[in-house]
Design a protein around this ligand. Structure first.
Ligand SMILES: Cc1ncc(COP(=O)(O)O)c(C=O)c1O
Length: 391
């Protein structure tokens, strides 16, 4: 019989009733250490007191008004993002997928209005993930996501991950943009090298095309800078953001330069809920905390500590793990056994991790994870791995 929830997820038999910091309590009382953070969403952990207060205060005052009116919380968040990044303008969405939709539309409208409507192609990369909408699956292009959903949105050229030569060879008069995750998340925690990101920027500059970065997973402090591309010292023209920006409240955004956004005039795009007072009030509070240079430097310190301990874990379990990969608090353990077995062993050891592509176990803890919780995480991962060790 068809379940009442459309069965598109394979769900673990776990049902959480409470969250506090990096900890989740299961209905039966067990406490799980959460190294998934809702897939990089709970950037400040569960029930952060400041976010709870901001959300409940805003809920007492006003939940929703349409974008037909001024929304001061939205204005404040947009102003702050513009101040802190390359962007001149921001559109708020409810999710990363929605941000992808707008990024694609924005690039196409840009070229249309510049008198080059033929420049509709967007170069993207194999192993990418940009969401599950028609544009998102067409952009990523993997068979696993697209099979059965055709006809796909045309205009995406899928190249090998990080292959600058292939990008150079694929550039033509119909290409208008390059779309890339600075660190692939779903694809298996694969950071693009600074050289490659700089190379993509250079190619875009040389050919006058747009660089679109998908920082839905790797942005908002996850790599130890507010946005991952800052490590390479480059700026995109358009950037997709979501997940951590709402700290657990559904919120996303497209940030853009004035030039890239020039086609998006009144009536060209919209969203009923995008930029609502609740989401933006929380987003302002998240950004105040995460953009603080001291908070960012703490992320880097914690990331160093976690990575060092993970390297030791890998050395202690050569049958289970091949290597540590990733950057900042966006880390992965490349597994030798099926990553899903390790995720399941983690459930028994009361630790939550997330499977990713390329047989990687993804670790995306809250950015403010306590040092003692890092040690508990290692102890529990050690226990989980030990239960699977082959003789
Ligand atoms: C890099 C990236 N882009 C886009 C998305 C889609 O975001 P959402 O699930 O919020 O629609 C995700 C989600 O995992 C992602 O990791």
């Amino acid at each position: 019989m068809m379940p009442s929830i459309l069965p598109t997820y394979n769900r673990a038999p776990l049902s959480f009733v409470k969250g506090q910091g990096t900890w989740l309590t299961e209905a039966d009382g067990r406490r799980f250490l959460d190294l998934g953070a809702g897939i990089a969403v709970n950037a400040l952990g569960h029930a952060h007191p400041t976010l709870v207060k901001v959300l409940t205060d805003q809920a007492q005052a006003l939940w929703h008004v349409s974008n037909l009116y001024q929304i001061p919380q939205q204005q404040a968040l947009a102003d702050r993002l513009v101040e802190l990044t390359f962007a001149d303008t921001v559109f708020f969405t409810n999710s990363g997928t929605e941000a992808c939709e707008l990024a694609v539309k924005m690039a196409r409208k840009y070229w249309h209005d510049k008198g080059h409507p033929e420049r509709t192609d967007i170069i993207s990369f194999k192993g990418s993930f940009h969401g599950r909408s028609s544009a998102g699956i067409a952009a990523a292009g993997s068979e696993a996501m697209t099979a059965g959903f055709g006809p796909l949105l045309p205009g995406f050229i899928h190249l090998p991950w990080g292959d600058l030569d292939a990008v150079g060879a694929a550039l033509s008069d119909t290409v208008g943009a390059i779309l890339v995750e600075p660190v692939q998340g779903e694809g298996g925690i694969r950071p693009l090298s600074d050289e490659c990101l700089k190379g993509l920027r250079q190619l875009c500059d040389d050919h006058g095309i747009l660089l679109i970065l998908d920082e839905v997973q790797c942005g908002m402090g996850r790599t130890g800078k507010l946005f991952a591309h800052e490590w390479a010292g480059i700026a995109p023209d358009i950037m997709m953001v979501a997940k951590g920006i709402g700290g657990g409240f559904p919120l996303g955004a497209v940030l853009a330069s004035e030039n890239a956004a020039s086609g998006m005039i009144a009536g060209t795009h919209g969203s009923t809920y995008g930029g609502n007072p609740l989401g933006c009030a929380v987003g302002c509070a998240v950004l105040d905390i995460v953009a603080d240079p001291q908070f960012l430097s703490e992320i880097n310190r914690k990331a160093g500590l976690l990575r060092q301990k993970l390297e030791a874990l890998v050395a202690a379990h050569p049958n289970n793990f091949e290597e540590v990969r990733g950057t900042g608090l966006m880390l992965g353990l490349k597994c030798k056994q099926p990553n899903t077995d390790l995720v399941a062993a983690g459930y028994t050891a009361e630790i939550l991790t997330i499977p990713a592509g390329d047989n990687v176990l993804r670790l995306l803890p809250p950015l403010n994870i306590a040092d003692e919780d890092i040690q508990i995480a290692i102890d529990r991962l050690d226990r989980a791995a030990a239960t699977l060790s082959t003789p």
